[in-house]
Design a protein around this ligand. Sequence first.
Ligand code: 5AD
Ligand code: SF4
Length: 431
Amino acid sequence: MRSVYIETYGCQMNIADTELLFGHLGRNGYQRTADPQSADVILLNTCAIREHAEERIIGRLGDLVRMKNGRPDVQLGIAGCMAQHVRDKLMDRLPFVDFVVGPDAYRRLPELLGEPGGDPFVDVRLDKAETYADIAPRREAGVRGWITIMRGCDKFCTFCIVPFVRGRERSLPATAIFDQVRQLAADGYREVVYLGQTVNAYRHDGVDFAELLRRTNSIDGIERIRFTSPHPSDMSAAVIEAMGQCDKVCPQLHLPVQSGSNRVLASMERGYSVEQYVDLVDRLRKAKPGIALSTDIIVGFPGEEESDFEATLSLMRQVGYDSAFMFKYSQREGTKAAKWDETVGDEEKSRRLQAVIAQQEEQSAAINRKLIGSTVEVLVEGPARRRDGWLVGKTLHFKTAVLPAGGGIAPGAVVDVRVSEATAHTLVASA
Ligand code: 5AD
Ligand code: SF4
């Protein structure tokens, strides 16, 4: 048996794709190894969302090329979004890369890899029908299982590379999804997270996302349902109603807004205004009382003036996000916005980024502090990383909580605990 080592970068969808690659390669004569030094195939599953991600990966490739020196039979390759984005550049700059496979080419990977030391190859064709619905992933053990229910994106926000590297939107058949959910439950997982670039745009053979949630809610053994990331424009009344009526759908949502300025939202071509977004938040809060919201923010988009930036800060306070992922705008070749001059310098972007982060940290801490003294339900995952003798898990609102081990509490247990301390990122509970 040949061995394969995979290193994953970027979003949850890439982590799920790595599980898919391990499943597929595992059934085709490869065993997984955690050690690149001894691997026959070394693969980086890459991200292209921002320049920084690509730079890190190029750096890491340099290390791996050195490690591979003297072992000519080892095949070193890259998969994922960056493979698609910079394939030509990559082959020039890194002649030691043996293969490049885009996100729709994983099915052929065992065949393409061929024999040890096989010929170099590139397969970055996009295939608008490929969903890998019939390929079982090999999942990390745990209590939370991720299922990719749709792939690609049709939105073409002007800053975003995703539609170019992952191709058109396509959904998996609902039956294939439910088979995976039942398998998760049978394997002891307690929570399912549906994944997709615009996950709530899911639609297959007349089953839409609202219907998918309803049917998932009645599958025994699964206690919690989440999904990420939805697009505000696809948040239909039916989806909101289903979220409200399905008791297993957690009161938590990551709802990327990107900017709090209508002018910037329009040039990003996000498809909603600030007012529409705020109205959506109101309807979600009515349907799912106490829902925790998080978001994505980009600062320094071309044309973003100080007043636009302040509007973003103001919207973030108004919505009262529990947490946020915040980024400096990064120009991506091939996107519409890449043709526009950057109007915000890097130093100013950094200042704006620091300001949104500081405001959000304060807000997150204040929201979490309000939980001190209350009881929260935690799905226990395992030992806490930085605290000996403690366990870690997530609350219904997807907050990280640590609690003292003992009393026979095992991973997979759902326990009610009292919050005794809180920071912006963690709740500390007494059992
Ligand atoms: N620059 C900065 N951030 C970006 N994102 C997507 N494209 C870019 C870009 N070019 C952010 C968005 C998106 C998240 C996954 O990454 O906020 O929601
Ligand atoms: Fe990118 Fe917009 Fe699609 Fe999200 S919805 S993946 S930001 S193009």
